[in-house]
Design a protein around this ligand. Structure first.
Ligand code: PBG
Length: 338
């Protein structure tokens, strides 16, 4: 009795699921997960200079670019029909509070203006965080009040709000806070609203785990913590999955418009849980640097087929419930779908 009605229809041989796979046209007909360039966001790294283009050794095909070359890159992203780009900045000077990120003449502000002019119709997202701008590499200002060096949550909030306003003033279409500070979405929402940017959406990195999969990114953004790690602010991979729901709930209450799970491949359960829990809330996932680099490295050795593995990974992330995917393969996917 307990096994009755588990599947639609009677069993074998009346039901043969291979009939759904027999003909390529039938497979195509019953397919539900379809990737589109319009749902993909390409991360880009920008640094000061001119005609500067340096490949990130651990992320083949990805570059640190000066603003003038960023312009070409965003034009290409627009032509390929991507959903948008997200900008990360590497400043000329780093200091304890990440001053460059707070300046209208800082690298991100300049990059936003250049990119906006080059491709006005392309959705331009900025990452809001301190780690690329601080000399210690942490995602906020430091304090010793808890007995050991740690990021001061509340003192960081104003910096994040100020960064977001700088990005908005430069022309960013969306801001995406990634620092995992409690209250960051609310602080940024307040800052934006007060500066006349109440219309600007926030994509919150709501459930962001303390992950070894960020390794190559930290080379790309030169943002590795100079001491310690990020475990006192990013989530513990072994924490109850429902902690991700609490994070998302809080961010939504503070005004997040889109929420993100990060990384993606090792967190498909979290993506699924979040999607089921908040139907109707746009959900993004970040297919992070390590996920990309592993496939690249194996493909370079001829061990796996890059295109096939990348597409299968992105389909899995999409199928799990992420309608929006940040991925270093965004341009490739647009070409592969062709
Ligand atoms: C900044 C930030 C990081 C990533 C995105 N935003 C690095 C980190 O948290 O250390 C990682 C993205 C990737 O690995 O592709 N806080």
């Amino acid at each position: 009795m307990s096994n009755e009605n588990r599947t639609a229809g009677p069993g074998f041989p009346t039901t043969r699921l291979r009939r759904l796979r027999y003909h390529p046209g039938v497979r195509q007909l019953v397919r539900q997960t379809r990737l589109s360039p319009a749902n993909l966001i390409l991360p880009l790294f920008v640094r000061p200079g001119e005609n500067f283009r340096q490949e990130i050794s651990s992320m083949p095909g990805n570059y640190q670019l000066s603003p003038d070359l960023l312009a070409e890159e965003v034009r290409e992203a627009a032509e390929l029909g991507l959903g948008g780009v997200i900008l990360f900045g590497i400043p000329a000077e780093k200091d304890a509070t990440g001053t460059d990120a707070l300046s209208d003449s800082g690298i991100i502000a300049e990059a936003v203006r250049v990119a906006k002019q080059a491709a006005p119709e392309l959705l331009l997202i900025t990452d809001v965080c301190c780690c690329e701008f601080t000399d210690h590499g942490h995602c906020g200002v430091l304090t010793e009040t808890t007995g050991r060096m740690d990021v001061d949550n509340d003192a960081t909030l104003q910096l994040l709000a100020d960064q977001a306003v700088v990005h908005a003033r430069a022309g960013a279409d969306v801001v995406a806070p990634s620092g995992m500070m409690d209250g960051m979405v609310g602080a940024i929402r307040n800052g934006l609203d007060g500066a006349g940017f109440a219309h600007l959406p926030i994509i919150s990195y709501a459930a962001k785990y303390s992950s070894a999969f960020y390794g190559p990114f930290r080379e790309a953004a030169e943002s590795a913590p100079q001491f310690g790690d990020r475990r006192s602010y990013q989530m513990d991979p072994a924490a109850a999955a429902e902690q991700a729901i609490r994070e998302i709930e809080l961010d939504l209450a503070e005004g997040a418009d889109v929420v993100m799970v990060k990384p993606a491949m090792a967190y498909l359960d979290i993506i699924r849980l979040a999607g089921d829990h908040f139907p109707g809330v746009p959900l993004a996932a970040y297919n992070v640097s390590g996920e990309f680099s592993m496939v690249k490295a194996a493909a370079q050795r001829g061990w796996i087929d890059e295109q096939a593995v990348a597409m299968e990974s992105l389909i899995a992330i999409h199928r799990a419930g992420a309608g929006i995917i940040l991925t270093y393969w965004a341009k490739d996917v647009a070409r592969w779908l062709g």
